[in-house]
Design a protein around this ligand. Structure first.
Ligand code: DC
Length: 226
């Protein structure tokens, strides 16, 4: 059976995960947050005491890593070698590690098969950086979500403060710009819109406004009414 797939790519803080999660609920699709998979690899590498850009040592660690996604009440939970790391992967340190390890081609190859298998077995909304370009080039709908760096940093800052992390806005902005550069400049599957992606800038939008725009794009491209 052919499953429908919707790819949502873009830089961090553009609203991908919130929007994708809500739309997946409305559509009754599975939401796959591929960033969480890179974060879990990053966490493993950090815990192993390996430097985040040491390609050879990172590649050597991969056989010891098992990543599983499970859904509890429709919410993705990520397990690293059996441990639920859904919270542990959300710190600033884990973000930096995730960005660095995601530039390692062996890490990308390691996760690619699992990501494709998820889309083969269910209707999915998958978010990441290279879903429309590399993971699911045949996706039914491709969206590239973006927003200004300042707005993305503000959203991320508020999210971290809500979780009780003691962060400073200027640091969050600086890290975000660094990570964008890291993700866009790498040789392996850099962050860029697919040629056939619909590009949406969410700067200044409320969540509801962005949802409406996305619903319209999904309806137009897949014929599926959300
Ligand atoms: O979406 P996120 O912030 O949770 O992603 C964490 C890191 O993983 C980010 O720096 C880029 C990387 N990533 C990637 O390279 N490819 C993906 N498909 C998803 C995330």
């Amino acid at each position: 059976m052919n499953h429908i797939s919707i790819a949502i790519d873009g830089p961090s803080g553009a609203g991908k995960s919130t929007l994708a999660r809500l739309l997946a609920q409305e559509l009754r699709y599975i939401y796959v947050d591929t960033g969480a998979m890179y974060r879990a690899v990053g966490l493993y590498v950090a815990r192993a005491g390996v430097e985040s850009r040491d390609r050879d040592r990172i590649a050597a660690l991969l056989p010891g890593i098992e990543i599983k996604l499970r859904y509890e009440d429709g919410v993705q939970q990520i397990f690293l070698n059996g441990e639920n790391v859904s919270r542990a992967i959300r710190t600033e340190e884990a973000s930096r590690y995730a960005s660095d390890v995601s530039a390692v081609p062996e890490v990308r190859a390691f996760l690619l098969g699992a990501q494709r298998a998820l889309a083969e077995n269910a209707d999915v909304i998958m978010d990441g950086r290279d879903i429309g370009t590399v993971v699911l080039p045949q996706a039914d709908v491709k969206i590239f979500l973006t927003a200004s760096s300042e707005e993305r940093a503000r959203r991320r800052y508020e999210e971290l403060r809500e979780k009780g992390e003691d962060v400073v806005y200027d640091d969050v902005l600086r890290h975000l710009v660094e990570r964008d550069k890291n993700d866009s400049d790498r040789a392996a599957a850099p962050l860029r819109p697919a040629g056939d992606a619909v590009i949406l800038d969410t700067t200044g939008n409320t969540l509801e406004q962005s949802l409406d725009v996305l619903r319209a794009v999904i309806k137009e491209k897949s014929g599926h009414v959300v």
